[in-house]
Design a protein around this ligand. Structure first.
Ligand code: FES
Length: 114
């Protein structure tokens, strides 16, 4: 995911992702899980590397998002695995707050996406 051309997408009001929350948004063709931990926003791919679980529907424990399907955990700061059964890390996205909005740097959508 690091070599893609990305652009900023406005995804939500900043207040939608409160401390300890994780929520799913679309940024271009990317589905991302946006979390707020210790006041900072983080964004990771919404898809668990174990079996495609929706991470944005999981819960945030400290800096780790827990997959709702089988409990794998990933560090939202860098996408690394914090707990099995996942063995492979997940992609991360740049995220920022600007004028009260959350913006994520996603991949521009093309016709064959989604
Ligand atoms: S799909 Fe996420 S732990 Fe299995």
């Amino acid at each position: 995911m690091d070599s893609d051309v990305r652009e900023w997408f406005d995804v939500a009001d900043a207040e939608e992702v409160a401390e300890g929350d994780v929520r799913t948004y679309r940024a271009g063709s990317d589905k991302v899980a946006v979390a707020r931990a210790e006041g900072t926003l983080y964004a990771v791919q919404d898809r668990c590397s174990h079996d495609n679980g929706p991470l944005g529907e999981g819960c945030l424990i400290g800096f780790a998002v827990q997959c709702p399907r089988h409990g794998a955990m990933f560090d939202v700061r860098n996408g690394t695995v914090s707990a099995p059964p996942a063995l492979v890390g997940i992609g991360t996205f740049e995220v920022r707050e600007l004028d009260g909005r959350i913006q994520v740097a996603g991949t521009p959508a093309s016709d064959d996406d989604w």
